[in-house]
Ligand binder design. Sequence first.
Ligand code: NAP
Length: 370
Amino acid sequence: MEHSPTSSEHIPVTVLGATGMVGQRIIERLRNHPWFRIASLCASEKSAGKPYAEATQWRLPSPLDPYIARMQVQECIPTVEGAIALSGLDSSVAGPIERHFAESGFAVVSNARNHRMDPHVPLIIPEVNADHLQLITRQQFRSGCTVTNPNCSTTGLVMALKPLHDSFGVTNVDVTTLQAASGAGYPGVPSMDLIDNVVPFISGEEEKMATEPRKILGTLEADGIRFADMQLSAQCNRVPVLDGHLACVKVGLRQRATRQQVEDALRNFRPSPGSLSLPSSPEEPLVYLGNPAHPQPRLHRDLGSGMTVSVGRLQECDVLDYKFVVLSHNTIRGAAGAAVQNAELLVRSRLCGALQRYAVFDPPEQQKHL
Ligand code: NAP
């Protein structure tokens, strides 16, 4: 079915950075979305003015919607049609463009690192810290707002840490990632550098993984987020996998726990009530896989349409308390799917002035959780 261009019941969305890896995934995830319709597509000056199919090389296995293919790409200027701006902009330009859209009355949902650590900008994984969305009431925009989702490797890590932190308290985390090529955008790392190789450097990634989890797992207090009290150390590697970031994690726990208790905590993960029944929330946000050779990128990255994070290989550890492996789809759970899910959470919360006139049909008991 072609994308419906004019349904007045759907909230108009502009996609910033529509031609990139994340932008393409956002477009894919908005196809037949129950609440949203794509109203405009924006990218750099070099793409503006061209039909979308000409401005980008569609690199996803799902076909490009013919209506979207014909849409003309525009410059990232907030006169374009839309109430929500879903941003897959390169971080070198995202900061001022996203701010301009928020100042102009858009609800901005960003994938870029630029505003993640701003004290009044929520850094959200709906299943983990939907309550942090309240931070937007402290933002200085007239009706717009900014919400961010975490770095793609942080997301999988935090989903696994959350039940352990709630049950036992996490004090230390030592994580080594094996990150997919698509995480670097297109064309990303040259093939001559990545085939038959591993590159043990991803600019800025280790710093993000050491700080973002403390904000997400922190607590919302009267004067902002109190960061979680834990130490994290990360080493990040680029590997020749197309999609799916794997992370080998060691954790130290505040409270003693048996291996079975840790596995039970992972298996019984309870997502934030605010995330329940959002159109993009998977049935199982976190799944524990018992096979000792799982999870694997090729086999498990698409679980829950790319929104399920898989954990496995839980073992006692002689260095910290326990070790395990986490896998998440970097351009879906770690980027586009996360942004669409955050936009859904934002709409349902009714906290952002820009979206208050849009009604989504939702059981009222969901709203009281926010
Ligand atoms: P990408 O493939 O390189 O796409 C970048 C997008 O930004 C393109 O649409 C590009 O448009 C646009 N752009 C570049 N310069 C611009 C300018 N001066 N003005 C307006 N638009 C401009 O990158 P990506 O992998 O999709 O990543 C996008 C963002 O998401 C980055 O901030 C990245 O860190 C973050 N992220 C990526 C992943 C992942 O797994 N890939 C995961 C989480 C977060 P043109 O085509 O016209 O140049």
